[in-house]
Design a protein around this ligand. Structure first.
Ligand code: HEM
Length: 148
């Protein structure tokens, strides 16, 4: 009996091994860049901000979300997009300068968004959300891999 259960346990273990290996392989396959991590952090909060920006009764919660986006955007200024690795010399410098300018402008716009919400100016805040969306589109068109 004892021997049978030992054999069964071993058989189960062996049959699980390829699955475990497949899973760990899958996890390792998608390596996130530090910039992707910050972008993903921004994205979730940004979606909620867009949904509730018009609603003054949600301004307190919107401000908390804006603080999260601001923190991630500030960290992003110092990070390097994956496409920069394909460049060198003057082309790389130009690429990085453009990226940092776009990201800094976004941080500044997020500051304006905070100020408008603190004043209770939801119409103004909504207009700034539009500008940040434009900055995001421009940033992604120019500095993010197309297939991402
Ligand atoms: C509210 C503003 C923004 C949001 C919500 C946002 C969101 C995202 C998301 C969801 C990704 C994909 C992340 C992943 O694949 O895991 C991404 C990637 C990226 N974003 Fe943004 N983004 C914003 C603004 C910007 C701006 C202003 C720039 C540049 C000036 C920018 C540059 C990039 C780059 C370069 C990547 C690719 C990541 C890499 O190269 O490592 N993003 N962003």
């Amino acid at each position: 009996m004892k021997r049978r259960s030992l054999i069964l346990t071993l058989a189960m273990l062996v049959s699980y091994l390829p699955i475990m290996e497949a899973n760990s392989h899958e996890d390792g396959e998608h390596e996130h860049t530090p910039l992707e991590d910050q972008m993903s952090a921004m994205n979730k909060a940004w979606r909620s901000i867009r949904r509730q920006i018009k609603d003054p009764s949600k301004n307190e919660s919107t401000l908390e979300l804006v603080a999260k986006v601001k923190k991630a955007a500030q960290k992003s200024v110092e990070l390097t997009p994956i496409l920069a690795k394909e460049k060198s010399g003057a082309a790389k410098e130009k690429f990085m300068a453009g990226y940092q300018k776009g990201m800094k402008r976004t941080v500044a716009l997020i500051g304006e968004l905070e100020a408008a919400l603190k004043k209770g100016d939801n119409a103004g805040a909504e207009a700034i959300v539009g500008k940040i969306n434009d900055a995001r589109k421009h940033g992604h068109d120019n500095y993010k891999p197309a297939d991402d």
